[in-house]
Design a binder for this molecule. Structure first.
Ligand SMILES: NC(=O)c1ccc[n+]([C@@H]2O[C@H](COP(=O)([O-])OP(=O)(O)OC[C@H]3O[C@@H](n4cnc5c(N)ncnc54)[C@H](OP(=O)(O)O)[C@@H]3O)[C@@H](O)[C@H]2O)c1
Length: 285
């Protein structure tokens, strides 16, 4: 019998894909959600659910009881406390989600800071763990789906920043493979990427082709990007972090690596395949 794996963020892009990937491998899952309605929706064959909050250690202790493995999102208030709860529950392996920027160790960047803080908690926990630093997700394109539904022009920040964006199902497949063979990946830092580096305008062109439409692309200047994030209510520390990454060039997510194929035996999915699967999100109802 495979180990029972607790999956945090089970309603999200990564956690939801991971639940599916573990079920496909016949590995038992406990999906952590915050709302009872999500628990009712996700419970099913091979999937238990637990209602808990990553910022409430008592609820997480209950969610971890009796499980053997844990997939942990980064950046919550008390990451060492979460690892202590995992150790107390007898968890034997943790996969810590992180991000590429953690490699810089730059604690002045608010995003890097929470990734590094999470990785440090893993290292200091003395539990066996694997860090996964994925490149930017293809699902980030859903942030501009509304522009495609509402018109024929897509306006985006950082037009010259290419990313080897990653399908969440491929990220989930990598993480599921780690849980299937944890000793092999203990102590490793895995950097899964998508199959090609794409500029924002190239992503928009691929979505246009999938939809059979013409879409115009407009790139914001860095100053316009700052104004747009301010207008959206993005906290100042994250505005500064994104400008540091993409305007000052501190984060490069364009390198394509072989990690997905190396770990899963299957080449990573293309952005065109992701867009075809998500065409309805870009289509007026
Ligand atoms: N986007 C990228 O390109 C990228 C790249 C590298 C790393 N990452 C990291 O990947 C993480 C996951 O990404 P994603 O796309 O899967 O995010 P997502 O779709 O927004 O999902 C976030 C999940 O976290 C849950 N959650 C939020 N606060 C919680 C709390 N206090 N306690 C328990 N659960 C909580 C949410 O539950 P509810 O449904 O209850 O809200 C949801 O299931 C990001 O947060 C980021 O740190 C992202």
């Amino acid at each position: 019998m495979s180990a029972l794996t607790v999956v945090t963020g089970a309603t999200g892009n990564v956690g939801g894909s991971l639940v599916s990937a573990l079920v496909a491998r016949n590995m038992p899952v406990r999906a952590v959600v915050r709302a009872e309605a999500d628990a009712a929706r996700l419970a099913g064959d091979g999937v238990q659910t637990a209602v808990a909050d990553l910022d409430d250690l008592a609820t997480m202790a209950s969610a971890l009881a009796g499980a053997e493995a844990l997939f942990l999102l980064p950046g919550y208030a008390d990451m060492p406390g979460l690892y202590a709860a995992a150790r107390d529950a007898g968890i034997g392996h943790v996969v810590q989600l992180s991000g590429v920027s953690a490699g810089s160790g730059d604690m002045t960047n608010a995003v890097t800071e929470y990734m590094v803080r999470s990785e440090q908690a893993a290292a200091e926990s003395k539990l066996p763990y694997t860090v996964v630093r994925p490149s930017a997700f293809m699902t980030n394109a859903l942030r501009w789906a509304g522009q495609v539904r509402d018109g024929d022009t897509v306006t985006l920040p950082f037009p010259n920043v290419a990313t080897a964006c990653l399908h969440p199902a491929d990220l989930a497949a990598v993480i599921a493979a780690v849980f299937a063979d944890p000793d092999r990946y203990a102590g490793e830092v895995l950097l899964p990427t998508g199959p090609e580096a794409l500029l924002p305008r190239e992503q928009v062109a691929i979505v246009a082709e999938v939809l059979g439409r013409t879409l115009d692309f407009v790139g914001l200047t860095d100053e316009q990007a700052r104004e747009s994030m301010t207008a959206d209510g993005t906290p100042q520390r994250y505005i500064d972090a994104f400008l540091d990454f993409y305007a000052d060039g501190k984060l490069d997510e364009s390198p394509v690596r072989s990690t997905v194929a190396d770990v899963t035996g299957t080449a990573p999915r293309t952005f065109a395949a992701w867009a075809a699967d998500h065409a309805s999100a870009f289509t007026r109802s």
